[in-house]
Design a protein around this ligand. Structure first.
Ligand SMILES: [Zn+2]
Length: 498
């Protein structure tokens, strides 16, 4: 069996994963800025890091998973100047900024719950950690790596770069950044406060239009966007922790700034592994406000969007995300989701018949050249997970599992009771446990419904024995009209809800 390995953006290689403390993993993932309803771009990261967390738990680690809520400091355009995204929305909706934060945090968590993403161990808010952020800014000033101007504090990239390397994560070089910035307009308000255009805000003096402001050693103001993650990860996971995750869109400047801040304050890097997932495109295009192609998750769940022909379930969306490797692009379209829906239903249909298939007592029956042992299937799956969380490969193996179950159900192969138990175990521990898929034929697990269906199916098989085809078809068709699919196999009939 291979070792669990992950692609580390910092080293640009796939490295074997080793935790800092035995059997414990500290994991920090950048969470949402809560100023609007969750959209398609919000779903990939949480699902990917949820699978990473579940797999670490499967491997026996206790995981402390911290995902923050950004409710202050993230300015429109991700810039150092301008309006706070939450304050802006608060004005639009005529609500308190904290009401906006609450409404959209709740909306985000409802979507995450529906998609079976485990809740974070800790979900800290930036506004709840102003003191920690001020302390960290002060520590950076004390090291001579930040400076105060007119009530704002900026990180001194040039001073830092003399001691350490700024750009270590993104591979960007300070001189090139400087040259690039020189071409851009320097007319932005506040730009002249900075010694260099690469410097970024740790604390901003509050102008009258900023509703959210706090007292600090530098006057009334609010924290910069990047400092919250450095301060909160250190508070809950320590100055050095195992995994820091986020989208590739956060790699620069957000994560680069986090590394610089934490290294300036603590003299070493905050995280051993930096894991970045790729983005979702829509029909081959980047999602952007200007293209007006954004899809809210709610619209996916109710089908109410011009690009959608129907509604899709949360598990279809989860399955769709996992069908691509997290570092590859993922293109969203109605057809792609339809294909995921079909695949996901195919897997569920196969697993639904597993409990009722008959087994053989002859152990040599289920081993032949083309009939591998269930153990091999499980090994393939675990090796795929170990190989930088290769979930598409895991799903390919689950399709192989379903193919084998269908072969047995069709009377073309046999399995022993032991193999049958092992098949079920693979499904339960891998598909449900690690991939976090929730059966959407969940009603088949409802015991009262199952008992009633058993009675109906028994009546139907009796009708068949009596050659009363009218009655047997009537039962099948009536059930079908209510969404029940009846499958007649060699070993009797099974059912599921579509
Ligand atoms: Zn962050």
């Amino acid at each position: 069996m291979s070792e669990f390995s992950l692609y580390n953006t910092l080293s640009r290689t796939v490295e074997p994963f080793r935790s800092i403390s035995p059997k414990h993993v500290g994991m920090y993932v950048c969470g949402p800025t809560v100023y609007g309803p969750p959209h398609l771009g919000h779903v990939r990261g949480p699902v990917v890091f949820d699978v990473a967390r579940r797999y670490l738990q499967h491997l026996g680690y206790t995981v402390r998973f911290v995902r923050n809520i950004t409710d202050v400091g993230h300015l429109v355009g991700d810039a150092d100047e301008g309006e706070d995204k939450l304050s802006k929305q608060a004005k639009v909706e005529q609500l308190e900024p904290m009401e906006i934060a609450q409404i959209y945090t709740d909306a985000y968590n409802r979507v995450m719950d529906a998609m079976n993403v485990q809740r974070p161990s800790i979900e800290p808010r930036a506004t709840g950690h102003i003191i920690e952020q001020i302390e960290m800014i002060q520590a950076i000033i004390d090291k001579g790596l930040a400076y105060e101007v007119n009530g704002s504090v900026y990180f001194d990239v040039e001073a830092y770069n003399k001691q350490k390397v700024y750009g270590i994560l993104s591979g960007r070089v300070v001189e090139e950044l400087q040259a690039g910035a020189g071409n851009q307009s320097r007319q932005l308000e506040g730009q002249d406060e900075k010694k260099h255009s690469n410097d970024f805000a740790l604390w901003k003096k509050a102008t009258p239009e900023h509703i959210m402001q706090w007292t600090s050693p530098w006057g009334k103001g609010f924290p910069g966007w990047h400092i919250e993650c450095s301060a909160m990860s250190a508070k809950y996971l320590g100055e050095e922790f195992d995994i820091h995750g986020g989208g590739m869109d956060l790699l620069f400047p957000h994560h680069e700034c986090e590394i610089a801040q934490s290294t300036a304050a603590h003299n070493h890097q905050p995280a051993r592994f930096w894991i970045h997932h790729n983005m979702i495109t829509i029909n081959g295009q980047k999602m952007a406000k200007s293209l007006n192609n954004g899809i809210m998750v709610e619209q996916l769940f109710n089908g109410d969007h011009p690009l959608l022909q129907q509604a899709f379930t949360p598990m279809t969306l989860r399955f769709f995300v996992l069908q691509a490797h997290y570092r590859g692009t993922l293109d969203f379209s109605n057809d792609a989701l339809l294909a995921s829906q079909k695949g996901w239903q195919r897997l569920q249909s196969a697993i639904a018949v597993l409990p009722s298939i008959k087994t053989t007592d002859n152990p040599t029956d289920d081993i032949s050249e083309e009939w591998l042992l269930a153990q091999d299937l499980e090994d393939n799956i675990l090796n795929s997970l170990n190989d930088d969380l290769n979930t598409p490969q895991v799903i390919a193996n689950l399709f192989e599992l379903s193919r084998r179950i269908n072969l047995v159900n069709d009377g073309k192969a046999k399995i022993t009771a032991e193999t049958k138990v092992h098949f079920q175990k693979i499904w339960d521990s891998i598909a449900l446990g690690i991939l976090g898929l929730l059966p959407e034929t969940a009603n088949t697990n409802d015991s009262a419904l199952s008992a009633a269906m058993e009675i109906l199916l028994e009546l139907r098989s009796k009708a068949k024995v009596d050659k009363n085809w009218t009655l047997s078809d009537q039962i099948r068709d009536a059930l079908k009209s209510k969404g029940f699919e009846i499958k007649d196999g060699k070993e009797g009939s099974t059912w599921l809800i579509n």
